[in-house]
Design a protein around this ligand. Sequence first.
Ligand SMILES: *Cc1c(COP(=O)(O)O)cnc(C)c1O
Length: 452
Amino acid sequence: MTSFTPADFEFTFLEEGLCALDFIEQKMKDSEDAFFVGDLGDVLQKHLRWVRAMPRVTPFYAVKCCDSRDVVMTLVALGTGFDCASKTEIQLVQSLGVDPSRIIYANPCKQISHMKYASAHGVQMMTFDSEGELMKVACCYENPKLVLRIAVNDAGSMFAMSNKFGAKLERCPLLLEQARELGLDVIGVSFHVGSGCTDPDPEAYSQAISDARRVFDMGAELGYNMTLLDIGGGFPGSDDSKLKFEEFTAVINPALDKHFPAHSGVRVIAEPGRYYVSSAYTLAVNIIAKKEKIEEQMACDDEGDGANKRTLMYYVNDGIYGSFHNILFGARYMPSLHKKPKLDEPMYPCSIWGQTSSGVDRIVEQCILPDLQVGEWLLFHNMGAYTIACSTTFNGFQKPDIHHVISRSAWQWIQQISTQGLPAPVEESCPSRTPSCWSRESSLELLAKPCL
Ligand SMILES: *Cc1c(COP(=O)(O)O)cnc(C)c1O
C-alpha cells in the first residue's frame, strides 16, 4: 500500500488536547473571510466504521463529492478504491500513486477523449448502460472490464439518478448479447440508488441487489461468469440524517448474503461519496451585514412578550452560489454558534442570506439565534459533501479557504493502516472519535433551532 509523510499533505497537526473546533476559533482571528476546516481524523473514523459495518464491501470513494487532495490522499493511504467520472479525476487519483485496478471509471456516458485517456492509463473497470457506449468502448478501449449499470427505484431520493442513468432490466439481455457480439468482457453489475434521500429507503438497496442477481443470471445464460457487484453510493454522511449508516447496512448485508453469498466468489464494491466526507468539514461564515425587521405576525411568537416580533436578517460571506449550492436541490442547513450564549440571552427568529446580489441567495429561511453583530461568526457542520466541489465565484466572491487538520493519534493510525493494513479485529482496536473536542462541541451544538 501507498504510504505518505506529513510533508505530502497540507494539513496542520492538532496540538495535544486541542480539537478541530479550537483550530476554527484560532482561524477566526486571522481574517473575516469564510473558511472550511476539514478533520482528516473524521475520514479515518468513517473508514473504520465502514469496515466494521460492511466488511464484505470494498469502498471506492466517489471523488466528485469532494476532490480535495488531502482527503483523496488519506483514502489512498487507507487503501480504498476510487470512483472517477472524468479524465481529471483519474489524473488526480493516479498522481497519488493509485494502481489502475483500484479505479472504476463509473460514468456510463463518457467523452471519447477521456475514454482513450483512461484506456491508455490502464483503467479497465468502467460502467455502461447503453448500446452506444458499447460501440464506443469496442473501438477505443484496450481490455475493458465492463460493469452494467442498472436502473433502480430511487423515488425516495433527493437526487434521483434513474432518469438519466441505468438500463432497465428488460433491456439487459439485449445489452449483454451485444457486448458478447462485440467480444467485450462484462464482469459485473452496478447501480446507484441516488443521493441524499429525503425519505431514506434502505429497501432500495435490497431491491437493487435482487435485481442485480437477475442480471447475473441473465449473463450466465449468455456464457458470462460475472464476478463484481457494485452497490453504488448514497450512504448517509452524518448522524443528522434520518437513518444512520448502520440502519442501511443492516438491510444491505442480509441482501448480499441472500443473493451473493460469500461462497459465490462475487466481489462486492461500493461508491460512497458523502459518507466519507460530510461530517469531516465545518464551514465558518462571517456576518457581513445585518438588518432588523419588526413584524406583527410571527410564526414563532413566544407568549407575546414583544421581543420575538423582531426578526433579524444576517448576511454572511458564503451562499447558494458557493458552498450552499445544494439548497437549489432541496438540501436544508442550520447554523451553530461557536460559543455558548449566556443563559438569559434573548433569542430571535432570524433568516440568513448569502453575499451575492441574487434575490434567491438565501441560506436559512428561519432559525433562532441571539442578536449577533457584524463580524461575528456562524458555523455550519457536516459540510464536506458537494459543497467545495460545487461552488462558484459568481459575483466575484472567492471560494472559502480550506484548512485540513488531524490529531497525531489519527495520523499514526493512518500510517499504520497504510503500511500494515487494517488491524484485526477492527472493533476492539479502533480509536474513539477524534478526541474530546467534538464532545465539547456537541454541548454547544445547535443552539439555533428551526422555528416550529
Ligand atoms: C455521485 C455518485 C456516487 C456518490 O454518491 P453519494 O451519495 O455521495 O454517496 C456514487 N456513484 C455514482 C455513479 C455517482 O454518480
